[in-house]
Design a protein around this ligand. Structure first.
Ligand code: G6P
Length: 372
C-alpha cells in the first residue's frame, strides 16, 4: 500500500533511501567500548575459526556480488584463501570441502533453494556453515551452524539494494573478526577499519543527496540498447552489480567487465555513443590501479564511448575523460563498494521508470527463488 511506501512511489526508492540506517543498524551492538568486535552470535568456536584453512562463499544474484567483494577483504585481512562460487554451480562440481573449510552462505531471504542446497552439501562434507542473512528464522540460518543477521529490515522490491549494502557490512565484520580471532590483524588496525565503517552511513547519505544529475542522465539514456560497466579490484563486482540492476529493472542489455579485460574482448563492443559506466578505484593507496583505469577510460573514449565515471571526490585525473562525472566520498579502498554501488542503484531505478517498467516487480523475476 501507499502507506507502507512511506511517501515514495516505489519500495525500491524507499529501500535505497533507507541504506544509511540499514548500514548503521548492521554495525550496532557488534563493537565493544574498546573498539573490538563482539560477534558472540557467531557460534563457531574460536579454536575452529583459527583452524580454518579456507573460506568458501556461496550465494546467488546480488548476494553473490557481495561474496565477490568479501573475498578481497577476507584474503587481505586474514590471509586465508577464499573462494566464491555461485551456489547453483557449487555442489555439482564436487568441490573440495572438509572439516577445516568455513563456508559462508549469503542470502537476503534465507530461502533461496540453490544456496540452501549448497550449504547442505557443505555440511554433509563436515564443513561449518555461517549464514549471512536478512530474514530472522528463515531456512538458511536454521540449517547453518551460525548466523550473522544483516539488519536491513524487510526488503520488498525484487531488486536488492539495502540488503546488499548490509551484506557487505556483515562480510567486512566477518573478515575482521576472523583476523581478530586468528591474530592476523592487530587490534589497532581493526579499530581503524571499524572507525572507517562507522563513517559509511553518513557517506551513503551524502551520495543520496547528490543523485539528481544521475537521475537526469538515466532519463536521457532511456532509449539506449546497451550499457557496459567496468571496474577493477572491488570495483569489478560493483560493475557486475550495476549491470545486474540494469538488466533486472530496465530490461536492457548490460554487462559488467573487469577493466583489465577490456583489451581481451569487450573493447570490440565499443562504438559511437555507447554508454560505459566506469567505477574508478581510489587514487590513494593502490594508485597503480587508478592509473590503469584512467588509461582504460581514455581508450574507450577514443573509440566514441560516452563515459560515465564514478570517482572519488578530489580525483582530478579522471575529469578530462569523463562525459559525466559522478562523485563519491573518499573511503578506504576495500570499503568503496558501499558508496560506489548507490549511484548505480539510482541509475537503474530511474532508467526503469523512464522506460515505463514496473520497478518493484520486474517481469519474470521473483524476490525469493525457492526452486532449483
Ligand atoms: C533472486 C532475487 C535477487 C537476489 C537472489 C538471491 O534472484 O531476485 O534480487 O539477489 O534471488 O536472493 P537471496 O534471498 O538468496 O539473497
Amino acid at each position: 500500500s501507499a502507506a507502507e511506501k512511506a511517501g515514495y512511489d516505489y519500495f525500491m526508492l524507499k529501500e535505497i533511501a533507507e541504506q544509511p540506517k540499514a548500514v548503521a543498524d548492521t554495525l550496532l551492538g557488534r563493537i565493544d567500548a574498546a573498539g573490538s568486535l563482539t560477534l558472540d552470535e557467531v557460534r563457531i568456536g574460536a579454536a575452529e575459526l583459527r583452524e580454518a584453512d579456507k573460506v568458501v562463499i556461496v550465494a546467488c544474484g546480488t548476494a553473490f556480488h557481495a561474496g565477490l567483494i568479501a573475498k578481497y577483504a577476507i584474503e587481505h585481512w586474514t590471509r586465508i584463501p577464499c573462494e566464491v562460487e555461485l551456489a547453483s554451480e557449487f555442489r555439482y562440481r564436487d568441490p573440495i570441502l572438509g572439516p577445516r573449510s568455513l563456508v559462508i552462505a549469503i542470502s537476503q531471504s534465507g530461502e533461496t533453494m540453490d544456496t540452501l542446497m549448497a550449504l547442505r552439501h557443505a555440511r554433509e562434507q563436515g564443513s561449518k556453515v555461517l549464514a549471512i542473512c536478512n530474514t530472522n528464522g528463515s531456512t538458511i540460518p536454521r540449517e547453518s551452524d551460525a548466523v550473522l543477521y544483516t539488519h536491513a529490515g524487510p526488503e520488498v522490491a525484487v531488486a536488492s539494494t539495502k540488503a546488499f549494502l548490509t551484506q557487505l557490512v556483515a562480510c567486512y565484520l566477518v573478515a575482521l573478526y576472523l583476523g581478530q580471532v586468528r591474530g592476523t590483524k592487530w587490534a589497532d588496525e581493526i579499530r581503524a577499519v571499524i572507525r572507517d565503517l562507522a563513517q559509511i552511513s553518513g557517506q551513503v547519505e551524502r551520495v543520496l543527496e547528490t543523485m539528481e544529475p544521475v537521475r537526469a542522465l538515466a532519463r536521457s539514456l532511456a532509449d539506449k540498447k546497451t550499457v557496459l560497466f567496468l571496474g577493477r579490484h572491488v570495483g569489478y563486482p560493483v560493475a557486475l552489480e550495476g549491470a545486474l540492476k540494469l538488466k533486472e529493472l530496465a530490461y536492457m542489455h548490460a554487462e559488467g567487465f573487469a577493466a583489465g579485460e577490456l583489451k581481451h574482448g569487450p573493447i570490440a563492443l565499443v562504438e559511437e555513443d555507447l554508454p560505459v559506466v566506469v567505477v574508478v578505484p581510489s587514487p590513494r593507496g593502490r594508485s597503480v590501479l587508478h592509473d590503469k583505469i584512467v588509461s582504460n577510460i581514455q581508450e574507450i573514449r577514443a573509440r566514441g564511448a560516452r563515459t560515465i565515471v564514478i570517482a572519488e571526490e578530489g580525483d582530478e585525473a579522471v575529469a578530462p575523460y569523463a562525459d559525466h562525472l559522478v562523485r563519491i566520498p573518499a573511503t578506504p579502498v576495500l570499503l568503496q563498494p558501499l558508496v560506489a554501488t548507490v549511484p548505480l542503484q539510482v541509475f537503474a531505478c530511474e532508467l526503469a521508470t523512464a522506460r515505463g517498467n514496473e520497478v518493484d516487480q520486474p517481469r519474470n523475476l521473483a524476490k525469493s527463488v525457492t526452486v532449483e
